[in-house]
Design a protein around this ligand. Structure first.
Ligand code: AMP
Length: 362
């Protein structure tokens, strides 16, 4: 029996647990990070063989408490520390030979001016920690934006990044076993609205074979450079001539939920297999086309999915709140046209601004 403990008990933790329900020799327990106390965490860690995490947003005092237990952590403590900090993250991407926007650290108003001089405008400035879903960000378009930007999110460590004129956002997800064996899921196109992922498409429409191969090479280089174990996600901007890495999640990711029904093995199950020390399994898609639509703020529009053949509705059992992820719906189809017409049937789930999709000049 292998006992796995997951830090975090949200929907990702729940889907990780559910994914290996049939494996009787793995037990799973979850730790509620919001109810943390040092003694509760100590007891939790003592009772499991492997510790994993469903989020990299783990407070510094908890990370410190994990140090003496680093041997139990999969993915490792190094991945957690690197990918909680946007500066360390960008540096790790560069070190692994992956293209990123030019960036620099910003610790003062003077540094903001220096960033404008060295990177040019526009600049996307972000807090190095605790930013997610577009929070803790400021786009500088003119030199006059320096003071308001520093007032709004500064007075703490920031990263300034050159603005990437991207055509669209994509991601690639891989899973690496302890012995280095690695599998990669096909890329998705990810469409956000007001900083929140609204839907992901496999295949990413009109994606070139060259870019798909580059993404796969990038994520393999990244996971290998870190000696990583488990599922890892690389978010990439697609530009007219290539791919530019934006950020990494050292975990399963919303843009990979389609793999539950859509691929031979899901991102969740492979993560659990990998951290248990087992081989990771086939990631081939089960269908020619798949879409994942998030259910945000209100579950009402997701009810329409019950009547749709080939739609799989997931509800996370959470209380409704504006902008909160309450569930997702996966649509499987024999071709992209059928997938897209089913999305249109369920377009009550999506803001008008993101469906039908805009012509991005691809
Ligand atoms: P992040 O929290 O880093 O994923 O950023 C949130 C969103 O801001 C991204 O999904 C992009 O739409 C946008 N963004 C972030 N960084 C950049 C950048 N360097 N250039 C252009 N857009 C960006």
């Amino acid at each position: 029996m292998i006992r796995i403990g997951i830090l975090g008990n949200g929907q990702l933790g729940q889907m990780l647990e559910y994914s290996i329900n049939d494996l009787r020799d793995i037990s799973v327990s979850m730790y509620d990070l919001r109810a943390h106390s040092p003694s509760a965490l100590e007891t939790f860690i003592a009772r499991v063989d492997i510790v994993t995490y469903e989020t990299e947003n783990i407070a510094a005092d908890i990370v410190e408490q994990l140090e003496p237990h680093a041997a139990k952590l999969r993915p490792g403590l190094n991945a957690l520390k690197i990918f909680q900090n946007r500066l360390l993250e960008k540096q790790a991407l560069r070190d692994a030979g992956i293209a990123t926007a030019d960036f620099c650290a910003v610790n003062s108003l003077d540094d903001v001016h220096t960033a404008i001089n060295t990177l040019g405008l526009p600049i996307v400035m972000k807090t190095t920690t605790e930013g997610y879903d577009g929070k803790g960000q400021y786009v500088l378009r003119t030199p006059d934006d320096a003071i308001p930007a520093w007032e709004a999110i500064g007075k703490r460590e920031l990263i300034a990044e050159a603005f990437v004129p991207f055509l669209r956002e994509t991601s690639v997800i891989a899973c690496r076993a302890v012995n280095g064996q690695m599998v990669v899921w096909p890329m998705t196109e990810n469409v956000h609205y007001e900083g929140i992922l609204r839907y992901s498409l496999f295949p990413a429409p009109a994606l070139s074979a060259e870019k798909a191969a580059l993404a796969e090479r990038y994520i393999r280089q990244l996971a290998e450079s870190l000696g990583y174990t488990g599922t890892i996600t690389l978010e990439l901007f697609e530009t007219s001539d290539g791919l530019v890495a934006n950020e990494v999640a050292p975990r399963v990711h919303n843009s990979g939920h389609w793999s539950i029904e859509g691929a031979a093995t899901s991102q969740f199950r492979n993560h659990m297999l990998a951290i248990s020390g087992r081989a990771v399994a086939n990631t081939q898609p089960n269908y020619a086309a798949v879409a994942m639509l998030n259910v945000i703020g209100d579950e009402g529009p997701a009810e329409a999915a019950e009547a749709i053949h080939n739609a799989h509705r997931h509800s996370y059992g959470k209380e409704a709140r504006p902008a909160r992820k309450l569930g997702h719906v996966t649509l499987v189809a024999d071709n992209e046209a059928d997938r897209d017409s089913t999305i249109t049937e369920l377009s009550g789930l999506l803001p008008d601004a993101v469906w039908p999709p805009q012509n991005k000049g691809l």
